[in-house]
Design a protein around this ligand. Structure first.
Ligand code: APR
Ligand code: ZN
Length: 362
């Protein structure tokens, strides 16, 4: 049977996203068809259309999602019809060098920022899907290793956020920075990712959690996430952070914007021997300047955290349990529930640094 559905598509570079009718492929062996119930508006989706990234077109936007399995192909063992699942945009093959060396988040079968193999078509021509998912649509067809089962008690809107912002932000704290009780943590950029990092730092027992944003309207959200301090970003950020951390600088800085200037600010605000964790995904030509001498004499560690440096198959269900048990309260994260047609307006909202996460509910 042929299935059609509505999806949010950018037809070519620079044109606005529009709702169009897409033809879904028949599902093949090992594939799963998921009815999307919630999809978060992530900054990486905005980066697909604002020139930060240069994806191929036509392109279905969206990658942070949860839904219900409606059909499974032959030989599928990971999911059954009716299961609630989170979509994984970096599924692990479990057999490449990285997977075999316990780094599934770097799996070398990654499809990059967009994939074609999902078999979707628009007016008979193949369509790419963002990060192999293409979640701003009524349905997706993905390989079974791209779905992770979660308990049905978890609301779909928060489940969707576990698939990107929450895993990324909490993983940066737990797996990459490995924040220890009592340490001071600076988080720059308070979108869905940064606010998740703030909440995880607090849950990890961090002493001071200093939340920074250019937009002062983020203060309430920073407090809701558990920040001990809120600072509006300025030229004098490192001086301000030093003043609040015994003149030394923070033990950890977590950069959740994706710009050279904020990576540089994170570096300067971190103490000698401290660690900077870069979570934001920036542009290829945005260069960070660090002198050879300061790299040596500051003895700092600079690390990137990709998709929370996590084994998603283990950590997404664990996060679901943490949310359901109240260990990781994240209710403040969903600030707008919207329809597919409202995604372009949510991008404007996000560009102005307003709210935490807008989530499309279907
Ligand atoms: N200094 C401090 N905060 C800033 C700055 C700055 N110079 N510029 C922007 N911000 C803030 C914005 O005001 C906003 O609150 O950073 C926040 C970014 O939030 P979102 O746009 O919601 O982004 P999010 O989805 O959380 O993603 C953050 O992680 O996965 C990557 O591609 C993603 O690079 C992006 C980053
Ligand atoms: Zn994302």
């Amino acid at each position: 049977m042929t299935h059609y559905m509505t999806g949010l598509v950018v037809r070519s570079e620079g044109t606005p996203a529009e709702l169009v009718e897409l033809r879904l492929p028949e599902i093949g062996p090992g594939q799963v068809r998921v009815k999307i119930r919630a999809a978060g508006v992530c900054h990486s989706d905005l980066s697909m259309i604002n020139g930060t990234l240069r994806p191929p077109h036509p392109l279905v936007l969206g990658h942070e999602a949860a839904g219900e399995v409606v059909e499974v192909g032959e030989h599928v063992t990971r999911a059954s019809v009716g299961d609630h699942v989170v979509l994984n945009w970096q599924p692990a093959c479990r057999s490449c060098w990285f997977c075999e060396h316990d780094q599934p988040w770097l799996c070398s079968t990654s499809h990059g920022i967009a994939a074609l193999e999902n078999g979707l078509t628009l007016d008979g021509a193949p369509v790419h899907v963002t990060l192999g998912v293409g979640a701003f649509a009524e349905q997706v067809v993905v390989p079974e290793n791209a779905v992770i089962r979660v308990p049905p008690q978890l609301d779909f809107d928060l489940a969707a956020l576990l698939g990107c912002a929450v895993l990324t932000g909490t993983g940066a704290i737990r797996n990459t920075a490995q924040v220890a009780p009592g340490e001071s943590v600076l988080v720059i950029g308070l979108g869905g990712v940064g606010l998740s990092a703030v909440a995880a730092a607090r849950a990890a027992g961090a002493g001071q959690v200093i939340a920074v944003d250019v937009n002062e309207s983020k203060k309430g959200l920073a407090e809701a996430a558990g920040a001990t301090d809120f600072v509006v970003s300025s030229e004098n950020l490192s001086r301000e952070i030093r003043a609040r951390t015994g003149k030394r600088g923070a033990d950890h800085a977590i950069e959740c914007v994706g710009r050279a200037s904020t990576i540089r600010a994170a570096w300067r605000a971190t103490r000698t021997g401290g660690q900077v964790t870069v979570v934001g995904m920036g542009a290829a030509d945005d260069m960070v300047q660090l002198s050879a001498l300061e790299i040596f004499s500051s003895a700092r560690i600079l690390r990137a955290s990709v998709y929370g440096q996590a084994d998603t198959d283990i950590e997404v269900p664990a996060l679901a349990e943490d949310v359901l048990s109240g260990k990781l309260p994240l209710d403040f994260l969903v600030t707008d529930r919207i329809r597919l047609a409202d995604v372009p307006a949510a991008f404007d909202h996000m560009s102005r640094g307003e709210g935490a996460r807008s989530v499309v509910v279907l």
